[in-house]
Design a protein around this ligand. Structure first.
Ligand code: SF4
Length: 72
């Protein structure tokens, strides 16, 4: 099930980069990114565990990963 509170969006070209996928899997403390040989997959059931730590944003090229709050 997708997150109720948080969505994480990875731009297409970044999502297909296996090296970036590994980095994202490594930095996220709550396992929202799964690195596969063809790129990154978002683990939807973990989305709401996001701590808004921004480590994924720092690990990725600027603008290629976005953490979207679905609440205000
Ligand atoms: S902000 Fe932190 S917890 Fe949320 S997806 Fe990025 S690395 Fe994971």
């Amino acid at each position: 099930m997708p997150g109720l509170f948080i969505d994480v969006v990875v731009e297409d070209s970044a999502a297909r980069d296996p090296e970036l996928a590994k980095k994202l899997e490594e930095v996220c403390p709550v396992s929202i990114f799964d690195a596969t040989p063809t790129g990154v997959v978002i683990v939807e059931q973990n989305l709401d565990e996001c701590t808004l730590c921004d480590l994924c944003l720092d690990a990725a090229p600027k603008g290629s990963v976005r953490v979207v709050k679905l609440y205000e």
